[in-house]
Design a protein around this ligand. Structure first.
Ligand SMILES: [Zn+2]
Length: 423
């Protein structure tokens, strides 16, 4: 089966050539989750640009949308339940195991395999404003699985139980090979298979946060399994799957042929497209991850016109987004993108406007970029931003909600002055 990850192997150059790319996102298998946390009120408004008149000051209000009572409560855009997801703060250690099989012995250099994934650590450090120190602790040897690769049923669409059996065997084999492995010190386990496993396609790459898997006297609660060919952007697959373990949903469109890639969020957010030119998380995701403080969010809940000064999502300080609530589960969010940090290859900068819906399951567009789009065109133009150039001001009116966003000017520090009118 043609799977997105196969084409994930393409480099950025290929991205520019392909009209419809695949997201290389993977299912996050989260089973038996507890009910979502109740809505958390109390988002505070933040003082916006002092030079701008405040026609209607945003009030402290519940800008975090409710999780839906039915439908997705796990990998969705409501508040993250950190009793089941890993909280991405401080040092978080992932044990990285490399496995091969009796019918597919490894021929690659294990250190080189690790080196392709290691940049995920710096990626997260930058994306999190140094709030997350992800450590990928490798077991630098090939660990032989007890069964042939054909015995595990690891094809895209497999059950969580199937994946759990694979994870169990991999961790147990690693422990047998190296008794000094301390599972308790690692809240997640990454299992990388040899490239020689033709029986397992790249679509088997997925995150796991199902029932705890008992291995000896320890348990594995969060894991990710990696398959497929190598390339210099492979570390982003680790970043994507790890994002699931932090509670984030896929943002690409589920489709059997990968044609839905880029449909909802273009090249933004690594949960939408791993090889995209602008992979930094949406500000909405950064607040879910706890990297943006409540006071860095302008919350607009009342009708009227408000002024906001929003600084790029790639930088730590300042107001990171304005959230205009349009229902108990819906909002329009406004953020600014710059050519900085993990977005160093950005081809579109300026204001980015998108909708958020906590009732929409992952794969069906819980976040959707708003504004004019050109399907099939250069990927970077398929996800528009508003900018002050070439004509200023620019304006976007969302017909569905009546929300109007107007760019007034860009400041010297890279922040933008924006007017929001909520009807
Ligand atoms: Zn995914």
């Amino acid at each position: 089966m043609n799977h997105p990850t196969a084409r994930c192997g393409a480099l950025v150059l290929a991205v520019l050539l392909a009209a419809s790319l695949v997201g290389c996102g993977h299912r996050g298998q989260l089973l038996h989750r507890t009910a979502s946390a109740p809505p958390t009120p109390g988002k505070q408004d933040r003082e916006t640009a002092s030079a701008l008149p405040r026609v209607a000051a945003p009030k402290a209000a519940p800008c975090r949308l409710r999780s839906t009572d039915k439908g997705p409560t796990d990998l969705a855009e409501g508040p993250t339940d950190f009793t089941t997801a890993i909280r991405p703060q401080g040092k978080v250690k992932a044990l990285m195991i490399f496995v091969d099989f009796p019918d597919a012995p490894a021929t690659e250099n294990v250190q080189q395999r690790y080196d392709t994934y290691a940049p995920a650590q710096d990626w997260y450090r930058t994306a999190s404003y140094n709030r997350l120190d992800l450590r990928l602790d490798p077991v630098l040897r090939w660990v032989r699985m007890p069964k042939p690769s054909t015995a595990y049923g690891m094809k895209r669409g497999y059950s969580a139980e199937t994946q759990a059996r694979y994870i169990h065997d991999a961790v147990a084999a690693a422990k047998a090979a190296d008794p000094s492995i301390d599972l308790a010190a690692h809240p997640m386990v990454d299992i990388v298979a040899t490239l020689n496993t033709k029986a397992i396609d790249t679509g088997a790459t997925a995150a796991y946060a199902g029932d705890p898997i008992t291995v000896g006297d320890a348990q594995v609660r969060h894991a990710a399994t990696f398959f497929g060919d190598d390339n210099e952007l492979k570390y982003r697959v680790v970043a994507h799957e790890t994002g699931h373990l932090f509670g984030l949903p896929d943002l690409y469109a589920e489709s059997s042929d990968g044609s839905g890639n880029g449909k909802y969020v273009g090249e933004y957010d690594i949960m939408g497209q791993e090889v995209g030119a602008q992979p930094d998380f949406f500000a909405w995701h950064k607040q879910k991850l706890g990297w943006i403080a409540p006071e860095q969010i302008d919350c607009v809940t009342a009708p009227g016109t408000t002024e906001h000064r929003i600084s790029p999502v790639e930088t730590a300080d300042g107001t990171k987004m304005a959230v205009i609530t349009t229902g108990p589960n819906k909002a329009v969010a406004v953020e600014v993108r710059a050519k900085k940090g993990v977005d160093h290859d950005a081809c579109r900068t300026g204001l980015l406007v998108y909708s958020v819906d906590t009732t929409t399951p992952m794969g069906q567009g819980p976040i959707r970029i708003l504004g004019p789009r050109t399907p099939g065109a250069d990927p970077c133009s398929a996800a528009p931003t508003l900018d002050t150039k070439p004509s200023s001001p620019q304006q976007y009116k969302d017909a569905a909600t009546g929300t109007t966003i107007t760019v007034r000017n860009e400041n010297q520090d890279g922040s933008y002055n924006v007017t929001v009118t909520k009807t």
